[in-house]
Design a binder for this molecule. Sequence first.
Ligand code: RB5
Length: 149
Amino acid sequence: MTAERIPIGADHAGFELKEKLKGVLAELGYAVEDVGTHSAASVDYPDYAHPVAREVETGKARRGVLLCGTGLGMAYAANRHPHVRAAVAWNTEVAAYSRLHNDANILVLPARCISEAEGVDILKTWLDTPFEGGRHERRVEKIEREEEQ
Ligand code: RB5
């Protein structure tokens, strides 16, 4: 079986945690695709959000991971892409609900607001939690049918 490809991207604020999470993903058997950044030098978060979101939008990847200081800038940029549901998760409960209820396909981590251990737990929870479907399916479908409301 081919390993699931997971694109991951971060700005300077998320760089260090990204490096840690890359190792965790590889240990779990995922094929990690690092779109950068590759150092702690200051960069612009949209430059990393868009490549990861594009992979999910086009179906080249089923899921992706983004990191910045608060998670907010990455989420704003990624959520401009059709079919992308990027969720900022600051604890395991939010991560689980972002999958169970919202079928989030990009996890966004607020690297300046969580510890490394919390980041690892949030990532593992998010990866392992399925979408609940049912009534949530209808709600998720309505996200992209805004013009019909
Ligand atoms: C960078 O200083 C910071 O603004 C960025 O990482 C992020 O938090 C933006 O939303």
